[in-house]
Design a protein around this ligand. Structure first.
Ligand SMILES: [Cu+2]
Length: 116
């Protein structure tokens, strides 16, 4: 599913993008859900540049969304939403939950950033 047009339209309209099952976006908003014990989607694809990653905790435990290589992290309590603004260079970055052994239990994903 190509989201570029939708993302741009959503941004210009000031609407919240609800990407649902899609894990691809070219600019702006990226949405991730955290729930025991996985992130959805577990692969995110974006173009290089500045992005706001919105993380929804739909579970019953506290989780983190941690981009260890970038030294960036948010902690999200159950039922809450946190956002993280990141300036992304092309590359592949792993995101994990750093609570206890959540990563080992499946809370990890990959953020793939392509050159524009
Ligand atoms: Cu967790």
């Amino acid at each position: 599913m190509r989201l570029k047009t939708l993302v741009l339209a959503s941004l210009s309209a000031g609407l919240l993008l609800t990407s649902g099952c899609a894990g691809t976006a070219s600019a702006g908003e990226v949405e991730v859900s955290a729930k025991e014990m996985r992130f959805t989607p577990s692969t995110l694809r974006v173009g290089a540049g500045r992005h706001t990653i919105t993380v929804h905790n739909k579970g019953t435990l506290t989780h983190t969304f941690s981009l260890n290589e970038l030294g960036r992290e948010v902690t999200i309590h159950p039922g809450k939403t946190r956002t993280l603004s990141v300036d992304l260079q092309p590359g592949t970055y792993r995101y994990v939950c750093r609570i206890l052994d959540h990563e080992g239990l499946g809370m990890h994903g990959v953020l793939r950033v392509s050159a524009k």
